[in-house]
Design a protein around this ligand. Sequence first.
Ligand code: UD1
Length: 417
Amino acid sequence: MKKLIIEGKRELTGTIKISGAKNSIVALIPATILSDGKCTIYNVPNISDVHRLIDMLKILKVKVKFENETLYIDSTNSINAEIPEEHATKLRASYYFMGALLSKYKHSEISYPGGCSIGARPIDLHINGFNKLGATTKIEDNKYKITAKKLVGTDIFLDIASVGATINLMLAAVKAKGITHIYNAAKEPEIVNVSSFLSSMGAKIYGAGTGEITIEGVDKLGDGIVEVIPDRIEAGTYLMIGSLLGKNLVIEGIVKEHLGSVITKLKEAGCDLEIKGSTININKVKNLKAVNVKTLVYPGFPTDLGQPMSALLTQCEGESFFEENIYENRMRHIKHLNAMGAKIKLFDRSAIITGKTPLKGRNVVATDLRAGAAMLVAGMIAEGTTVISNIEHILRGYENIVEKLSQVGASVKIMEE
Ligand code: UD1
């Protein structure tokens, strides 16, 4: 077990470069299975989820080389195999092998996917979609066995605009006979990134990034090439930290359009952000003011930034209303913020945050990945030492976090327990 030790209140100056998006790469890696040739993926973050997915590719006899932020993947001699429980449960995105293997081999066997416990997180929309395409799904020994004689294009309406279901159904439909429409598709930028990758292999996908995606099935997919988009959640986290501690802090390598709701909310709170192309220059301001934040599907305020934003709201003057609308269990960090001195009243999935309150360093827990990010923001602005345990969660999503923050003047280090 690892802990993150933070000495708070350090001014941050210099440049933080944003890495490739975790939620893109975790779908792009399983998507390589669909190619009958070689794939190259640029701007790959060196995070634990990537290594776990590479391990899964190796089970499928795929050749992988990872160097200079680039993945070279050769699926020419890949085989179909079960993804065993000890691999599948390590991360949520292992479920993308369901769609990819079903598409390529008409059969996939994989245990229930793992991931952060932030709610029930069912995968019924994925399974219903596979079944509509012609598959049958059995659950035996906590394992999904999904099989199809053939996959045939169809109309799929998603009851919820789910990111995972949209990508998984795109993967399953690219080689189906005929045309598939996905209605109420999720619109997140990561979906466009995956669609571009599949198109580079020869897939015919139209409308990714909108609520209606059309996929015309093709027989074969060849070599693929793609660059992972910048991680908008990592960027948002550093924008929040910079708004509280920055002095000419530069966040480099962002796509500002992906961060529209976040930049707008931070500016509404009074944050000083100067956008120049793909960089944002930040300076701490004295008086931030309370704002209301409700998490929504893209382009709304991302649920993955709700928790770190709630830490920032403790430093805003007045009462902020904060509401989580995607997951049922994303408020477990609030008691830790209160233990550090925040004044937050929690009502199930919403909270009233009264600021501004000074925070004091404490021993706290990263109960999930983005709760860890909230603890990081809080620890960085707190008086004294904050010790965050269970930081394996944080390391899943933030590449080189200690190096990136230390380089701009933070006092953060990792200790093994
Ligand atoms: C992805 C992201 C995660 C982010 C989330 C929402 C990855 C690996 N993870 O997760 O970081 O927080 O999008 O932006 O990309 N749902 C169902 N049935 C389903 C599928 C989803 O009820 O079959 C519900 C979920 O429980 C949740 C909501 O739909 O309440 C949204 O989930 P979804 O968009 O699928 O999130 P993930 O793809 O799991």
